[in-house]
Design a protein around this ligand. Structure first.
Ligand code: SF4
Length: 317
């Protein structure tokens, strides 16, 4: 497209931004802060993976820690939306911490499944990214020394799996993976292990699926996709990868200040989306910035029909 003759426009992917799990996790932190305003409130890991959210909560007095052992005994602690391992839960008990659990109920559903399989002694394969907090938490829910839970990231890893008990072999997935890549990996698993459990759905959550579908649509109509989200946000990263997978250039940015002039060279149509942990005000700031760069028309593509809402812990209602 010739940038001199074609009008510059913005396509907004819908749905985008906060999911129900993130909204709940942030609401839990704010409620606990309000209720225990004379105490120090600790949060184990970033409550959701977004730099702006974490900075805002830090400014309100929250103390984020990476290791539960840093938290003084009998303090108040909030577990992040990504969930924690059984070992961390035990340490919290031993230290007599008052725990508020902001684990997303969808992650919690995966935890329950892993705990059941662990109890029954079945081996489990988890598809996910090593080192991600959600993955660490889910792997750490498997506690049976007579069974195994093994992590793979894609189908290439299947060959290097150790020997597994094939009877009642099961798999679970991280909730924020690429839908397409996970499908391919599950098909490869099912080819290798004919007895593996075949659930109708994997564990990728509704928000991840909807945002990936929406970004795919806008990416096919745009010269560039800007994903608002932090680098350590798994679902945001996947959005940028999904855009790239349909042939559109894409950048993952924390906010509009990350934009360099060369990123917009020869770009007439910019699509914008936000990861599930990215606040909408950052998308609005980005739109204002792009308007100042001559991107006048704004069109929303898709529709946000998400009705999901998760209950707050009873103690905070
Ligand atoms: S992205 Fe999905 S799993 Fe993660 S917090 Fe949101 S709804 Fe829950």
């Amino acid at each position: 497209m010739n940038s001199n003759t074609v009008s510059k426009k913005i396509l907004l992917a819908s749905p985008r931004g906060f999911c129900a799990g993130v909204s709940r996790a942030i609401a839990i932190v704010e409620k606990v802060l309000e209720k225990y305003n004379n105490d120090t409130v600790y949060v184990l890991h970033e409550v959701v993976h977004n730099r702006h959210v974490v900075e805002n909560l830090t400014n309100k007095g929250i103390v984020f820690v990476e290791d539960i052992n840093e938290v003084p005994n009998e303090s108040i602690i909030i577990f992040s939306a990504h969930g924690v391992s059984a070992k961390v839960e035990q340490i919290a008990k031993d230290k007599k911490l008052k725990v508020f659990d902001a684990t997303c109920p969808i992650v919690d559903r995966v935890h329950r499944k892993v705990r059941r399989l662990s109890k029954e002694g079945h081996d489990v394969i988890m598809i996910g990214h090593a080192g991600h907090q959600e993955v660490e938490g889910t792997l750490g829910q498997y506690t049976n020394p007579n069974g195994k839970i093994c992590l793979i990231v894609n189908s290439d890893d299947i060959e290097s799996l150790p020997k597994l008990k094939e009877e009642n072999l099961n798999f679970v997935t991280q909730t924020t993976l690429s839908v397409d890549e996970t499908k391919e990996c599950i098909e490869a698993l099912q080819q290798k292990f004919s007895t593996i459990e075949k659930p109708n759905i994997n564990d990728i959550c509704y928000a991840t699926q909807n945002r990936q579908l929406a970004v795919k649509t806008v990416a096919s109509m745009a010269d560039l996709v800007l994903v608002v989200g932090s680098q350590n946000s798994s679902n945001s990263k996947r959005l940028s990868e999904v855009a790239a997978s349909v042939g559109c250039k894409s950048y993952l940015i924390d906010d509009y200040t990350n934009i360099k002039p060369n990123m917009l060279e020869n770009v007439n149509t910019i699509a914008i989306t936000g990861g599930a942990s990215a606040p909408e005000y950052l998308v609005n700031d980005l739109i204002e910035y792009l308007k100042s760069q001559g991107y006048g028309d704004i069109e929303e593509i898709g529709s946000d029909n998400e009705k999901q809402n998760f209950k707050m812990p009873s103690e905070l209602i």
